[in-house]
Ligand binder design. Structure first.
Ligand code: AMP
Ligand code: ZN
Length: 439
């Protein structure tokens, strides 16, 4: 990497010495506990563990005295038990994208929104993007934080923003071509879908001027990233966030494209074993737990994200001192148990995306076949392969099946589908269909 490729949004905040960053974390943690004590939910909880004041936190380790906050806690606190300021100081709220049960809500003051924008600016600029980019934001705008989260940062950086939002694939292509879009923000599955539809809509990859994509909101493998980069001849950067922690901008890959810097002045992170709940050392995969350090309206202490990752504490060539987290392996609750074997959907994705004939969309189905579980992997393949040569299709199926068998031990049924025939989602892709009868 060329050192001139490294650009910062806020160099001082992105490269402080570790001791300074940790001192700042402690200060902010004390302030956050004070703020949390103003919410009915945390007042009850913190008093129970003997914390009546921010100054009761003597060291970052003291955070461990506080119990974890779970998604169920957020649901229980809905709609206002986690609100730390009077409602007239709140300028916006976002609710979770969950489709079932009680939603969760996060309130923001103007200061919260500004701080969030600052973090997102850092992430976007860390990829090498700048005010010279034409930025097409293909994430949905609304209660989902993906669209608005990057929108404000892109404007602040001075990019030319096209707020195209999600869906309407033909229009996305036309906008990208006519305005010579250089940067896009979308889910990896949507970018792959755009590629699958290009020919049908009368476009070619050469019609576009894309240089980079910010991809996030759903788990994806390194092989999917590489596929996206090759298909559009651009670089794709992993962007991680969630509505509970604002939205996008929590962690972002820099130009080194190796793990994501998580902004530690804004979030304290831990990785725990989801079963035993004990802290894990750097490098070990477990559930990410985060504490907000800057948020005024809805502070969250030791929030269990459900996302599986590990901490990379090694120095990064870009000079940022905020530690990195590895690509999200999936969610702790995503794990499928098939005939007793534990499998993450991301492992299956990583394998099939390395098969050159495999197209851009896939589905994983689990059914009961007598007493046994049957795993079926449906994948789209490129249309030129459906040329009537049944034998080579059978060979391709066997090749995919063998690769999966080596990696995940069990032997799935493989179904090959034409491009564009499997369902597409405007938001997060739904990949797994578990049709087994519930116990
Ligand atoms: P939401 O709160 O609806 O924005 O969803 C947040 C969730 O999306 C996270 O907890 C992750 O499970 C997932 N997610 C977001 N960004 C990524 C990413 N870059 N890689 C993998 N999963 C992600
Ligand atoms: Zn870096």
């Amino acid at each position: 990497m060329n050192p001139t490729d490294i650009t910062y949004w806020n160099r001082e905040a992105e490269t402080p010495p570790r001791e300074q960053l940790e001192r700042q974390q402690l200060e902010s943690l004390r302030q956050t506990v004070e703020t949390a004590l103003k919410t009915p939910f945390y007042r009850r909880r913190l008093e129970k563990c003997g914390l009546a004041d921010g100054s009761d936190i003597a060291a970052l380790e003291d955070l461990k005295r506080i119990p974890f906050t779970t998604k169920d806690d957020l649901r229980e606190a809905y709609p206002d038990q986690l609100l730390a300021v009077p409602l007239d100081e709140v300028v916006r709220l976002h609710t979770s994208s969950g489709t079932t049960g009680t939603p969760t809500v996060i309130y923001h003051t103007q200061q919260d929104i500004d701080a969030w924008t600052e973090l997102t600016c850092r992430g976007v600029v860390a990829t090498g993007a700048s005010h010279r980019d034409v930025f097409q934001n293909m994430m949905s705008y609304g209660l989902f934080t993906g669209g608005l989260g990057l929108h404000y940062a892109a404007e602040k950086i001075g990019m030319t923003v096209i707020p195209s939002a999600s869906g309407n694939t033909r229009r996305q292509m036309k906008l990208m071509k006519d305005f010579r879009t250089t940067a896009i923000h979308a889910t990896p599955s949507y970018i792959l879908h755009i590629h699958a539809k290009l020919e049908e809509e009368g476009f070619r990859p050469e019609d576009f001027h894309l240089q980079r994509a910010f991809i996030g909101a759903e788990a994806h493998s390194e092989s999917t990233r590489q596929k996206i980069e090759e298909l559009f001849n651009m670089r794709a950067f992993n962007s991680y966030g969630m509505s509970e922690m604002n939205g996008p901008g929590v962690a972002f890959e820099c130009v080194c494209q190796e793990d994501m810097h998580l902004w530690e002045d804004a979030y304290h992170m831990e990785v725990i074993d989801p079963e035993s709940r004990h802290s894990l050392p750097d490098g070990e995969i477990g559930e990410l737990v985060m504490t907000t350090l800057q948020r005024g309206a809805t502070p969250l202490l030791r929030y269990r994200t459900g996302d599986l990752t590990s901490i990379n504490g090694s120095p990064c060539a870009c000079g940022r001192t905020h530690r990195r987290i590895a690509r999200i392996k999936g969610r702790a609750d995503d794990m499928m148990i098939i005939n007793g074997v534990n499998i993450y959907p991301s492992t299956i994705e990583a394998v099939i995306m390395t098969v050159p004939e495999v197209g851009t969309n896939y589905q994983i189905c689990i059914d009961k076949d007598g007493a046994l579980d049957q795993l079926t992997v449906k994948t789209e393949i490129y249309s030129k392969l459906f040329n009537g040569d049944i034998r080579s299709l059978e060979q391709l199926k066997r090749r995919i099946q063998n690769r999966l068998k080596t990696e995940v031990v069990i032997s799935p049924v493989i179904e090959l589908h034409e491009p564009g025939s499997l369902p597409v989602y405007e938001g997060k892709a739904v990949r797994v269909f578990d049709n087994r009868p519930k116990e």
